[in-house]
Write a protein that binds this ligand. Structure first.
Ligand code: NAD
Length: 540
């Protein structure tokens, strides 16, 4: 097998970004505060939230009803469901404000982002509680979501402050300057699985760059999005610069994507929707005088390779966290494990026994390791995948719905083995607690199996061999490769996150290139050796 190596293209840089630390829930005071905040937030569930356009509340005839996936009769909130009329208004008002926002001093824009980070930090328990109720994250996962949003606001603020310095390349007799300017109106189309962090990150980058911005959150997490929008305005983002337009993706999404005034579409979500957006955005619509830029971060079919000298206790711990953390509903989640043929059976037994210890129940109760999947549609799809996987020759080794947990969308982890290479469970993103085990006979085959997917998001290796670790770093096809640790949980700046292939077409989030996607550059060159000057003309 031919192994291709890529020379490093980003050299080591001075470390200067300090990510926010997680809450330590082993501390009683943190646990107590979280429990009390959950009660406080629970008392505020069920209210209605408007859209916000040009700073004005917009109520619609129909609403998106957001349910607690741990307790599906509990309404988390009802959010305005915008249609074409509201989307049109948002585009018009943001377009009218684009020049003003784009020419607002960078320091003023980034100051608002730093203030947003402060507000999020001050409200971190409350935001965690909303995330627990609206999407069913555990306390720890919810806290990770919150701190990532803080990091994004600070990081993109800091990056934009640096990018604001013009690039000067003068030579005698010639002044050369390159500046960066906002490309134009952005729409942010976000998923529900990082309801705060991803929406916040894409929005913060767009605003830092000076782009007026329309937030279109996922239907399932529109309440958290409404709260985030309020935080940005409280932090000083002008209401004309940031519209909140919740609604059904398939209804307002194509309208916003194809609107001639929209310059940037920042999307995170599934491959199917991302591919549609890419196609729609590639066309020129009547009145459009620019090419749209599409940033699309999509799914994965991520593998972890276990080497024959790996510490299996560590490997199993990391695999369970990567595959079943937040019920496997992370784009970075591990869905394939590739183990040496010689230990396949014993490894699978250990993995199943370990998976059986993962307790499952409502996410507001921190004693449970796993919570629910997001909604009925996901529940049905994952159950069907498990059923089909079994029927098509795979053996399901753990996995059954807990009948006593009928109030929420609970699915036990399922671990498959013995699937043919083309089996959908090995090739398609399931986005749930479903893991497949494959066997390798020699190490290059392990890498080949891991790379056998059009996705290229995350991947990992458990090994003690320096040579194999190097080979893996060079040859695994993934945007983020993790060695001897779990493959989820990237940290802003330290691990810029994002893939290639079918996993993504933008620059990495939380990395040095991300903001550039919202900017255009203008270079001026002046010959200062010219002869003679014309007299100043009043009003010139
Ligand atoms: P989704 O694609 O169903 O929806 C994402 C967003 O697109 C939502 O806001 C939705 O309303 C909107 N949308 C739906 N149809 C649309 C259309 N026709 N035009 C425009 N917008 C439309 O994804 P999801 O279920 O919310 O999120 C899960 C997916 O997101 C998974 O595939 C996961 O891997 C991916 N994801 C990727 C990353 C990453 O960084 N690569 C991070 C998180 C999630």
């Amino acid at each position: 097998m031919k192994m291709e190596t890529n020379p490093p293209i980003i050299g080591p840089k001075e470390i200067r970004f300090k990510p926010e630390a997680s809450l330590d829930f082993t501390r009683e005071d943190h646990r107590n505060e979280m429990s009390e905040t959950l009660v406080w937030v629970r008392n505020r569930l069920g209210k209605s939230w408007p859209a916000k356009i040009d700073g004005k509340e917009v109520w619609t005839a129909s609403e998106l009803v957001s349910l607690n996936p741990s307790q599906k009769t509990e309404v988390v909130g009802k959010v305005a469901c915008c249609g074409i009329k509201e989307a049109t208004l948002a585009v018009e008002t943001c377009t009218a404000f684009q020049n003003k926002w784009g020419s607002t001093p960078v320091s003023k824009r980034t100051e608002a982002l730093r203030k947003a980070a402060k507000i999020i930090l001050a409200r971190r328990h409350e935001l965690c509680a909303w995330i627990v109720f609206e999407v069913g994250k555990s306390w720890r996962e919810a806290d990770a979501d919150v701190i990532e949003s803080i990091d994004f606001c600070r990081y993109y603020g800091q990056q934009m402050d640096e990018l604001a310095t013009p690039l000067v390349r003068d030579i005698p007799g010639e002044v050369n300057q390159t500046i960066r300017m906002a490309k134009g109106l952005s729409i942010i189309i976000a998923p529900w699985n990082f309801p705060l962090a991803i929406l916040c990150g894409m929005t913060a980058a767009s605003l830092a760059a000076g782009c007026t911005t329309i937030m279109k959150p996922a239907e399932q997490s529109s309440v958290i999005a409404a709260i985030l929008h309020g935080i940005f305005l409280e932090a000083g983002i002008p209401p004309e610069a940031l519209a909140f337009v919740p609604g059904k993706g398939e209804e307002i999404g194509p309208f916003l994507v194809s609107h001639p005034e929209v310059a940037i579409i920042a999307f995170t979500g599934s491959l199917g929707v991302g591919a549609k957006i890419y196609e729609q955005a590639s066309k020129l619509y009547p009145g459009q005088i620019h090419f749209k830029r599409v940033l699309a971060e999509m799914g994965g079919k991520n593998a972890i390779i276990v080497d024959d000298d790996a510490d299996l206790d560590e490997a199993i711990r990391g695999i369970l966290a990567s595959a079943f953390g937040f019920q496997g509903q992370k784009c970075s989640a591990c869905s394939r494990v590739i183990v040496p043929h010689s230990i396949h059976d014993s490894f699978v037994n250990r993995l199943i026994e370990a998976a059986k210890t993962l307790t499952i129940g409502p996410s507001d109760n921190p004693t449970f390791a796993l919570g629910p999947v997001i909604d009925q549609e996901a529940f049905d799809r994952i159950e069907e995948t498990i059923r089909k996987g079994t029927n098509l020759g795979g053996s399901v080794l753990a996995g059954a719905v807990e009948s006593h947990l009928h109030n929420g969308y609970f699915i036990r982890p399922a671990i498959f083995t013995g699937l043919g290479e083309a089996h959908p469970i090995l090739t398609e993103e399931v986005f749930g607690p479903v893991l497949a085990v494959q066997a390798w006979k020699n190490f290059p085959e392990a890498i080949q199996l891991a790379n056998n997917t059009p996705f290229a998001l995350t991947a990992g290796l458990y090994s003690r061999s320096p040579a194999r670790i190097t080979l893996t770093k060079n040859c695994l096809k993934a945007g983020n490769i993790y060695i001897n640790r779990k493959i989820t949980g990237a940290t802003v700046d330290r691990q810029p996150f994002g893939g290639f292939g079918f996993s993504g077409m933008g620059a990495k989030a939380g990395g040095p290139d991300y903001l550039l996607q919202f900017l255009i550059a203008k270079t001026t060159t002046e010959n200062t050796m010219r002869r003679g000057f014309s007299p100043e003309t009043v009003g010139a």
